[in-house]
Write a new protein. Structure first.
Length: 97
């Protein structure tokens, strides 16, 4: 199983600190989706920059097609709140394990 990193960026820069009602709903669905995937063991790490510059999702998928499908199934991307950039990823150092 390969590891991948998805870099997520808000389409509307102000959506981080001041989301509209629609944007807040998408963020709720986005987080619920990521929580489910984490509980199922696919996701290794998720988190945003505190300045809203971007967020990351590090996850496992068997190949690039599956990784792209996984990234694009995120409600934040599917509903146009965020864009996603996909890259293969290798952990070189990890304090936790």
């Amino acid at each position: 199983m390969a590891r991948w990193i998805s870099l997520l960026r808000l389409v509307r820069p102000g959506a981080g600190p001041s989301p509209t009602e629609r944007e807040a709903g998408i963020v709720d669905r986005h987080f619920a989706h990521l929580t489910r995937e984490h509980e199922e063991g696919r996701i290794l790490l998720v988190g945003p920059c505190e300045d809203f510059a971007f967020g990351v999702v590090i996850f496992e998928a068997p190949d690039e097609a599956a990784a792209r499908s996984f990234m694009e199934s995120d409600p934040a991307i599917a509903e146009g709140l965020m864009t996603g950039e996909l890259h293969p990823f290798r952990v070189s150092l990890w304090r936790g394990g």
